[in-house]
Write a protein that binds this ligand. Structure first.
Ligand code: NOJ
Length: 745
């Protein structure tokens, strides 16, 4: 049809559309009616996503290329549109297109929108599913009020290699905990469901196995057994989808030689087939076109054909679909039905979000104003932040510090930092003060008594070799009752494309710490980072270590809450901390091997290093509090169970200390003999129990078929009769109670 005649047909078409909508009110029917009105070009447009150049600069006008394409119905979605005003402006342009199909606005709301929450890896250390869900909820309320419909989160990649900078975005190394957290985040983002104006559609990413990039180098290849894929890497995706995640993002890597974006096995067979996923799949940024670099396709057309047929519905920024699909359909290389299926999936989500009823329903200035200034959001961020801080060491109970100390020296390059606390994926909103953060200095200043003298020295930079600040730092350390030393990574040292081969503290920070330790003043270290770092010297010599990750807007208050005992730390590591890079990958649920080492004195022809402990520095599930907890009285309801039945394990936990607090009680199982070897232990349950000083509580776990099942050689989920060991621990290594039971046929 000619352009002019198209324009004159518009009112007529809209009439049909409105009529269709009124007469047929189910979403599939509305989608079909619309699909019948669309040209092939318009359909392909729905599968095309552009960025708003990453920054919100200048007004949106129909003069430039992207805007023109939106008016022509050639764009289905835009990412990185920041602020409600700008989403409104873009949507207004989409409303000038022939069929007035609304745009979908996507954004990486990974750990908060205006209110920045701790990085996801930090949050996972809380083992607090409710708090994690609440954090995602707050992010969704703010983002949706800012016009965002869709967040590229949760990231559920299993992280077992801290060289990979993206471990900061996930929930650590464990598939069981990671699956529960994935579902909690989806629930938080999507709230009461797509269509409510305070929900954002979730996008579970990066599908799949991205976390296992060889050598921890970002975007690198993944070569993995089917069994490992099913058992460890896929479950969090399945959990997110079962929780209702509307979309999935493909990953950059190739998996066993086939790029994930063109991987029909992952997308068609597993995701849309076996799991019956009804939402849509978006590529990662440029990953359709990058299949040319992978060497699996020869050009953009070949890439588009491969990706679409494999099941990637929307092309993020590689422009392969928009440039080539029409010809591929005309040539019969891509069936029109495959395009229709992808478009149907995208339009369905737009209908579910209510955008056809009101394309501007997420553009309400009053709601934006309210949501971005709700004081409850800061409270949630503070709660989440203090629950994310892991106490790694506390010699002679130096922590918590008394608020009435005479002199405290607060030293280090991160004490007064604003931006670094925000972590890699913070959202820079136009018109919002990016200094909207409580620094550690502010938090601690507000917590200490009026009679306390708080001294400050920077000591050194995060990076670099400048030691000129050491002398001043040492001088104030000598005058103080205690040194609090805040060191770590810059926020851009962990994140996408931030792989590191050396995981020690950057620059001369550890050297500064050693100088301060020589003064004899006790040194409490705060380590701010996006990944597990290696810091053996400090681990041995510092008086206390708090791993604070990057804590977000309320960093300073949360740190002060923990330092001075207003909050008793309860977090436990969700990633193993290695002793050296040479120990990586290192994770708790490894196999036993034929020659296991029983300890560090047992290395002779054993599966061990000759020059390094077999134990990591800190194990999965490890974390201290200010009160010791004792465990006792483990009882099983039976010694045998059938696959259709269950067993209950009951025990007691007692707070044997002086501080009220929470303990994460962990249940591990080991299947002693299997047709394929089973890990030495696997997390299969946990409870976060709150106990007053002296209080005892009973904790019960139920073990059922699901707890005992695993993927066999052919990736089928099975249970096999035999003996199991049940372990109750305060960490994956600190096992306090054990029992055995048998699964009988
Ligand atoms: C690339 C990242 O891998 C992905 O996680 C993110 O959502 C997109 N860029 C969009 O920013």
């Amino acid at each position: 049809m000619h352009r002019a005649s198209l324009r004159s047909a518009l009112p007529f078409l809209l009439l049909i559309l409105a009529g269709a909508a009124a007469a047929q009110n189910t979403i599939p029917q509305r989608v079909d009616s619309l699909l019948r009105l669309m040209t092939l070009e318009e359909k392909i447009g729905q599968l095309n996503q552009y960025t708003d150049n990453g920054v919100a600069t200048g007004p949106v006008t129909p003069d430039n290329e992207k805007e023109r394409q939106v008016m022509q119905g050639k764009v289905g979605s835009i990412l990185n549109v920041l602020g409600m005003e700008r989403t409104r402006a873009w949507q207004a342009i989409a409303m000038r297109s022939r069929l007035r199909i609304p745009l979908l606005f996507g954004q990486d709301v990974v750990h908060g929108y205006k209110t920045t929450f701790p990085i996801p890896l930090a949050e996972s250390c809380s083992w607090d599913l409710e708090a994690i869900e609440r954090a995602a909820r707050v992010a969704a309320v703010e983002a949706s009020a800012g016009g965002v419909h869709w967040t590229f989160a949760p990231m559920v990649d299993i992280g077992r290699d801290p060289r990979w900078g993206r471990v900061m975005e996930g929930a650590g190394e464990d598939t069981y905990l990671g699956s529960l957290i994935a579902a909690a985040r989806v629930r938080g983002f999507q709230g009461r469901g797509l269509g409510s104006t305070d929900a954002v559609m979730a996008c579970v990413k990066h599908y799949a196995a991205y976390g296992a990039a060889v050598g921890g180098r970002d975007y690198n290849s993944v070569d993995m057994s089917e069994r490992m894929l099913w058992e460890t890497y896929l479950p969090p995706f399945k959990a997110a989808i079962d929780a209702g995640a509307g979309t999935v993002m493909t990953s950059f890597n190739d998996l066993n030689g086939v790029p994930a974006t063109g991987n029909a096995y992952l997308l068609r067979d597993i995701l849309k087939g076996r799991w019956n996923f009804g939402g849509f799949v978006v590529s990662d940024w440029g990953s359709v076109g990058e299949m040319i670099n992978h060497g699996s396709v020869k050009d953009a057309a070949d890439a588009a054909r491969s990706a679409l047929l494999a099941g990637t519905d929307m092309d993020m920024e590689s422009r392969c679909y928009t440039g080539t699909l029409a010809r591929l359909v005309a040539d019969g290389a891509v069936p029109a039905a495959a395009v229709d299926d992808a478009v149907r999936r995208v339009l369905t989500k737009k209908f579910e979000l209510g955008l056809f009823d009101d394309p501007f329903r997420f553009c309400d200035p009053a709601r934006e104003e309210r949501a971005l200034n709700d004081p409850a959001h800061a409270d949630a961020a503070r709660d989440m932040a203090r629950k994310s801080i892991v106490l790694l060491k506390n010699d002679r109970g130096i922590l918590p510090l008394a608020k009435g100390l005479k002199t405290v020296a607060f030293i280090g390059p991160l004490v007064k930092e604003v931006k670094q606390n925000k972590g890699f994926w913070d959202v820079e909103l136009p018109g919002v003060d990016s200094n909207f953060i409580v620094t550690q200095w502010e938090g601690v200043s507000a917590a200490v008594s009026r009679s306390t003298t708080l001294l400050y020295a920077k000591g050194c930079d995060i990076d670099g070799t400048d030691r000129s600040g050491f002398a001043e730092a040492v001088r104030i350390a000598k005058k103080a009752d205690v040194v609090i030393l805040s060191i770590g990574e810059r926020r851009d040292m962990s994140g996408e494309a931030k792989s590191r081969s050396d995981l020690s503290l950057p620059g001369v920070q550890e050297e500064l710490a050693m100088e301060l330790l020589k003064t004899g003043t006790p040194v409490v270290v705060l380590i701010n980072a996006g990944r597990p770092l290696v810091f053996n010297g400090l681990a041995e010599k510092a008086s206390a270590i708090l791993y604070t990750w990057w804590l977000g807007s309320e960093a300073g208050n949360a740190v002060a809450d923990v330092l001075f005992g207003d909050y008793n730390p309860s977090a436990k590591l969700t990633m193993t901390f290695p002793r050296s890079v040479g120990q990586i990958p290192v994770y708790y649920d490894h196999y036993n091997t034929g020659r296991p080492a029983t300890g560090d004195g047992d290395r002779f022809y054993r599966s061990a290093y000759t020059d390094l402990s077999i134990h990591p520095r800190y194990e999965f599930g490890y974390g201290l509090g200010y009160s010791p907890f004792t465990y006792g009285g483990l009882q099983l309801s039976a010694r045998t169970m059938t696959a259709g039945g269950s067993i209950r394990a009951t025990l007691t936990v007692t707070n044997a200390g002086r501080y009220a607090g929470e303990e994460v009680v962990q249940l591990y199982l080991r299947d002693l003999v299997g047709s394929v070897v089973r890990p030495v232990k696997e997390l299969r349950g946990f409870r976060k129990v709150r106990l007053a000083p002296g209080e005892t509580k009973s904790v019960t776990f139920t073990i059922d078929r699901e707890s005992l099942s695993f993927y066999d050689r052919t990736a089928r989920r099975v249970v096999e009769p035999g003996e199991f060991e049940l372990m109750i621990g305060a960490s994956s290594r600190d096992i306090r109670l054990k029992e055995r039971f048998e699964l009988v046929p």
